[in-house]
Write a protein that binds this ligand. Structure first.
Ligand code: UDP
Ligand code: MG
Length: 321
């Protein structure tokens, strides 16, 4: 009998967790021929999330949990979950029911009957989302797909079911600056995409502000493209050519009409513009440098404070960090 591990990152989700668990129980009942493991990753929650997970672990042996020492972010939670999942198939899923658990039986059927290694999901609509947010997201996907060789699918969710070999490939990428949407694409394998309509959260609030999303998109860009680094070179060449042309114009003009002392405002503007561009380019280099700096420190991606393995008296294998 094959086993499906479901990795569920949770950050202050005490309201959504009971609803999610109920829905998952319904789905698991629909698939009696498969063994399940629900691996909840508490990403440093400050509400009753951990307490609820401990309770679940005591009443339902299929539920395991890992708990971080602080909030490390969803990417770290996903990595920790994948690393500790024991199933032959591993799914990653949000706890707020925005990733419908009801799709799991179909996803599992595709992996067992068709020759795919993973089934991923994307939302075909963004209804219910603020307009400005949708616009920023759309622009991000257009931009990154233009400058990156790894295709990042517009509207892709982090909801997918993978075979073990793909999970191992993803775990092989132990980089500190993680951008899962890119990592899943980068490792390759055959992926089938399912579409579904966007649904609102079942309970609680989104943890992603526009600022957090912006920083996350920078993670994607710097993680999967080095094109911005060449921006400085391109802009430099264009400006050199422009400067040569302007010098020529000034020389010719001086020779023909003499040299009236004027034009300092335009000069000041040009200095501002050029120094602004220089600082911008230095900033881009700085972004990559800071990522490299963090990468070379080889810091752990997450730190565990507690887990069901410790509490459950070794019912499962030891947790690796
Ligand atoms: N999440 C997490 N750590 C964080 C932020 C979010 O583990 O720092 C989890 C959260 O509990 C949820 C999932 O990531 O299960 C998606 O978060 P959310 O629903 O807030 O994002 P949205 O769906 O609005 O993009
Ligand atoms: Mg959500």
């Amino acid at each position: 009998m094959s086993k499906i591990s479901v990795v569920v990152p949770c950050f202050n989700e005490e309201e959504a967790l009971p609803v999610y668990y109920r829905e998952m129980c319904r789905v698991m009942k629909e698939m009696p021929d498969t063994e399940f493991e629900l691996l909840f990753v508490d990403d440093g929650s400050t509400d009753g999330t951990l307490g609820f997970l401990k309770g679940l672990n005591e009443t339902d042996a299929r539920c395991r949990y890992l708990s971080f020492s602080r909030n490390f972010g969803k990417e770290a939670a996903l990595y920790a979950g994948l690393k500790n999942a024991q199933g032959d198939f591993v799914a990653t899923m949000d706890v707020d029911l925005q990733d419908p658990p009801g799709l799991l039986p179909e996803m599992y059927r595709i992996l067992t009957e068709e020759s795919y290694d993973s089934v991923a999901t994307r939302r075909s609509t963004r209804t219910g989302e603020p307009k400005i947010r949708s616009f920023l997201s759309e622009s991000f996907y257009k931009f990154i797909n233009r400058i990156s060789k790894t295709e990042i699918v517009n509207g892709a969710r982090d909801y997918r079911l993978m075979k073990r070999k793909m999970v191992d490939a993803v775990l092989g990428m132990s980089e500190y600056n993680r951008f899962s949407k890119g990592i899943f694409e980068w490792v390759g394998f055959r992926t089938k995409w399912l579409e579904f309509q966007n649904v609102g959260r079942c309970a609680g609030e989104t943890k992603w502000s526009v600022k957090k999303l912006f920083l996350y998109s920078l993670e994607g860009i710097t993680g999967f493209s080095v094109a911005p680094l060449s921006l400085a070179a391109v802009v430099g060449v264009v400006f050199c050519m422009l400067a040569f042309f302007m010098i020529l114009v000034i020389v010719v003009r001086t020779v023909i009409w003499g040299d009236p002392v004027s034009g300092w405002p335009s000069l000041a503007c040009i200095i501002f513009l050029v120094s602004g561009i220089q600082l911008f380019c230095t900033g881009i280099v700085g972004q990559y440098l800071s990522k490299t700096y963090l990468e070379t420190k080889h810091r752990p991606i997450f730190i565990l404070k507690d887990s069901s393995e410790e509490a459950g008296g070794g019912r499962h294998e030891k947790v690796s960090v």
